[in-house]
Design a protein around this ligand. Structure first.
Ligand SMILES: [Zn+2]
Ligand SMILES: [Zn+2]
Length: 168
């Protein structure tokens, strides 16, 4: 989600993508090349409809479609982080590693939690997506910031109506 949000909402994805991917433990040579940035942006835009789609079966179909072109070869790797699973081919470039790992992560959420847990923020002015893997009621906002802003707005709207003041 962070990748999708970075390329669809950030002002300068070129500068933000490298550190972002590094923060998810991807091995990244910064700065990214413009080809890498473009390929990652294309990939993220291709994944976004999976979050937008409300129908679970269609969301699964969309994800299966984008995964067709991703070279996958699951293997265990240990580059100083302890043994963990990589989904792309050994020695794959950054773009293919990101594509393989994000596709599988999204597939995992879809299978384990259902498409209802993937969505686009309900805030009118926000286009960020989220994957909600918490227990408890389904969330509708990308962040506490958006949730709080809308909770306050709804509270004010409720209070202002009976007093006949109209919206502030
Ligand atoms: Zn790794
Ligand atoms: Zn939001």
């Amino acid at each position: 989600m962070a990748l999708i949000n970075a390329v669809t909402t950030a002002e300068s994805p070129a500068e933000t993508l490298g550190p972002l991917l590094a923060s998810f433990n991807f091995k990244v040579d910064v700065p990214l090349t413009s080809d890498e940035v473009e390929a990652l942006a294309t990939w993220a835009r291709g994944l976004r409809p999976v979050f937008v789609e409300d129908d679970q079966e269609r969301a699964i179909g969309l994800l299966n479609e984008v995964m067709v072109d991703v070279p996958m070869q699951p293997h265990i790797s240990d580059h100083g982080l302890g043994p963990h699973l990589h989904y792309g081919r050994p020695g794959a470039g950054l773009v293919d590693r990101v594509r393989a790992n994000t596709a599988v992560a999204l597939a995992f959420v879809l299978c384990e939690y259902g498409g209802g847990r993937l969505g686009v923020c309900a805030d009118a002015g926000c286009e960020r997506v989220y994957a909600d893997i918490s227990r408890g009621p389904r969330r509708r906002y990308c962040s506490k910031t958006c949730l709080n802003r809308n909770t306050v707005a709804a509270y004010r709207a409720r209070r202002s109506v009976p007093q006949g003041e109209g919206p502030a």
